[in-house]
Design a protein around this ligand. Structure first.
Ligand code: NAD
Ligand code: UDP
Ligand code: UDP
Length: 310
């Protein structure tokens, strides 16, 4: 049994990760300031004697003794990370410094939830880990993209300079149960709009692409990365099946059998035009890891989650 700290543990990915780690017989400390997370996501875990919930902001120091740290604390949806951009940078950068200082002091292995956003609006397609990205340092998305890029730098520097045992994963758009209904990201927005019979809001012409990964595939990849030896990453974890946002809207309309219609809104500033992971490195280094759940199956599970939730 390991003692594991999950920062951002009450969020979408964190809550799914906490559950899996407990199911595997570990002791889990879930740290969250509830900015975008919700106790409802972990309500079933409260009462488990091996689960502990801590209200704390990672941009302030935190002292604990654990074997492993998953650093997930950070708002991930554009509407939330742009609400208070300075706080978003502090969460990514000061949060990384504090969690790395903690990992260094207690000799714990630490995994950083980085993002495909480090590639910005990519002019290499699909994106491989050795692509350095195309990121605007002063736009509305910069607090998130540059904060995450700086966190990767800190992770690598603590590894090289202080021999901290680090792991960096670059997560591509992920969806599934425990996303908040008001999360604001495209999959949850479209499903909620469809279930409520409201207009499906597409920003721009809908020709921009994303590659959508179901949560269970991500959790499997994260755990394999944490267990891997002699490999720090960064490594892409995503589903390489790419869809336009218009195709996603049409699929959700079909699966929910809604009467909702598509409404086109002005495009968002600096919205990446395409995004698709090259996952050959993950496949090679993480025992043949590849996503198993494709979009139709994952959307059906997510739709049934939101039907119960709203
Ligand atoms: P989420 O918003 O559901 O979860 C983030 C959690 O972090 C929330 O519970 C929030 O309350 C908490 N948090 C935010 N700021 C904090 C702070 N200062 N101190 C403590 N807790 C704080 O988002 P998610 O989708 O679960 O994302 C989790 C992580 O994965 C994030 O780091 C995100 O950048 C990364 N990621 C997610 C995706 C995706 O598609 N879901 C893609 C790339 C990267
Ligand atoms: N830190 C923490 N928990 C710990 C150890 C350190 O939050 O258990 C914080 C500490 O407050 C510091 C940061 O991590 O601000 C970086 O620690 P490090 O030892 O690398 O740097 P230093 O303390 O020398 O600034
Ligand atoms: N998007 C959209 N309608 C929405 C929410 C998002 O058309 O209600 C688009 C958004 O402009 C972007 C894509 O869907 O092109 C993915 O957006 P999301 O916020 O989910 O993630 P990210 O842009 O960070 O990949």
């Amino acid at each position: 049994m390991k003692k594991i700290l999950v920062t951002g543990g009450a969020g979408f990915i964190g809550s799914n990760l906490c559950k899996r780690l407990l199911d595997e017989g570990n002791e889990v400390i879930c740290l969250d300031n509830y900015f975008t997370g919700d106790k409802k996501n972990i309500i079933d875990l409260i009462g488990n004697p091996y689960f502990e919930l801590i209200r704390h902001d990672v941009s302030f120091p935190y002292y604990v003794e654990v074997d492993e740290i998953y650093n997930l604390a950070c708002p991930a949806s554009p509407i939330h990370y742009q609400h208070d951009p300075i706080s978003t940078v502090k969460t990514s950068v000061s949060g990384a410094i504090n969690m790395l200082g903690l990992a260094k002091r207690i000799n714990a292995r630490i995994l950083q939830a980085s993002t495909s956003e480090v590639y910005g609006d990519p002019n290499v397609h699909p994106q491989k880990e050795d692509y350095w990205g195309n990121v605007n340092p002063v736009g509305p998305r910069s607090c998130y993209d540059e904060g995450k890029r700086c966190a990767e730098t800190l992770f690598m520097d603590y590894h090289v300079q202080n021999k901290v045992d680090i792991k960096i994963i670059r997560i591509f758009n992920t969806y599934g149960p425990n996303m908040q209904p008001d999360d604001g990201r495209v999959v949850s927005n479209f499903i909620i709009q469809a279930l409520k019979g409201k207009d499906i809001t597409i920003h721009g012409d809908g020709k921009q692409t994303r590659s959508f990964q179901y949560i269970d595939d991500l959790i499997e990849g994260m755990i394999r990365m944490m267990k891997s030896e002699n490999f720090s990453g960064p490594v892409n974890i995503g589903n390489p099946n790419e869809f336009t946002i218009l195709e996603l809207a049409e699929k959700i309309i079909e699966l929910t059998e809604t009467k909702s219609v598509i409404k086109f809104l002005p495009p968002q500033i600096d919205d990446p035009k395409q995004r698709c992971p090259d996952i050959s490195l993950a496949n090679e280094k993480l025992n043949g890891w590849k996503p198993k759940v494709q979009l139709d199956e994952g959307l059906k599970k997510t739709i049934s989650y939101f039907e119960k939730r709203i």
